[in-house]
Design a protein around this ligand. Structure first.
Ligand code: MLZ
Length: 266
């Protein structure tokens, strides 16, 4: 299913243009991913960004790593580009005078952290420093996106997915990322230099898995009512994406309908 989406045809059909790669804070040639499942590294705790923690690579997808913080559960995995500044080799934290912290939601008693850390690192397969990328690509000088331009973007509600998207609006240094075919349920604003947005063709270059656009028609605001006659795909999305207040659209919290399986799961 995913393999059948063609940007070339899609851009023709929609008469849209791709955002030029100079708009993005991404490397023109995607960074090589030489990590292996099981390798350990240091990562910022996404839920507590002042903490540096130990993480294990639990999956690989294109230029991204699926990471799990050691001592955390398997419900809070997160994805990072291999050239992210939020990951570094084990030992970096100590070198710069810091201390490794337990993740938010550490499943043991806080007092057992030092011993847990010792055991975790003992005999661990540490990702070698040479496979890390020295620095993130530079950010473009300004927000040069334009409304209507197409791109590929991480679905932040389902961050294992990268999906076709369109710039829906501009707001200073921010861009509104709208997901094609999903009627707004997954849309978000991000900075123009966010690491979650990529030029058209990124996934095919990196081997990441680009999702096809959704099948829900976006109607003009004046016509959009909870009963609009759009193409529904009940198997994919049994929850209506309109008719609930903004901010509560999309999947209901805590009720994931899609079981995540695939090359990214352990
Ligand atoms: N079918 C799932 C995932 C939707 C992904 C949309 N990405 C823009 C759901 O409805 O939650």
């Amino acid at each position: 299913q995913a393999g059948h989406f063609s940007w070339e045809k899609y851009l023709k059909e929609t008469g849209a243009t791709a955002a030029p790669s100079s708009c993005f804070k991404q490397s023109p040639t995607p960074p090589l991913n030489e990590f292996k499942v099981g390798m350990k590294l240091e990562a910022q705790d996404p839920r507590n960004t002042t903490s540096t923690c130990i993480a294990t690579v639990v999956g690989l997808t294109g230029s991204r790593l699926r990471l799990r913080l050691d001592g955390s559960d398997n419900k809070n995995d997160f994805w990072r580009l291999v050239d992210s500044s939020e990951i570094q080799p084990i030992g970096s934290c100590e070198k710069s005078g810091g201390m490794l912290q337990p993740p938010l939601g550490f499943r043991l008693n806080a007092s057992s952290w030092p011993m847990f850390l010792l055991k975790t690192l003992n005999g661990a397969e540490m990702a070698p420093s040479r496979i890390f990328h020295k620095q993130e690509p530079p950010a473009p000088e300004q927000n040069s996106f334009q409304v209507g331009m197409k791109l590929e973007a991480v679905d932040r509600k389902n961050p294992h997915f990268i999906c076709p998207a369109t710039v829906g609006a501009l707001r200073g240094v921010e861009v509104l990322v709208t997901f094609d075919g999903w009627r707004g349920a997954f849309d978000y604003y991000c900075r123009y230099d966010s690491r979650d947005i990529f030029p058209v063709g990124w996934c095919s270059l990196t081997g990441d898995n680009l999702q096809p656009p959704g099948t829900k028609a976006v109607l003009p605001k004046s016509l959009g009512t909870p009963t609009e006659g759009s193409v529904e795909t009940p198997a994919m999305n049994p929850t209506p994406t309109v008719g609930r207040p903004p901010g509560q659209r999309g999947r209901k919290p805590g009720r994931r309908k899609t079981k995540i399986t695939g090359p990214w799961s352990q």
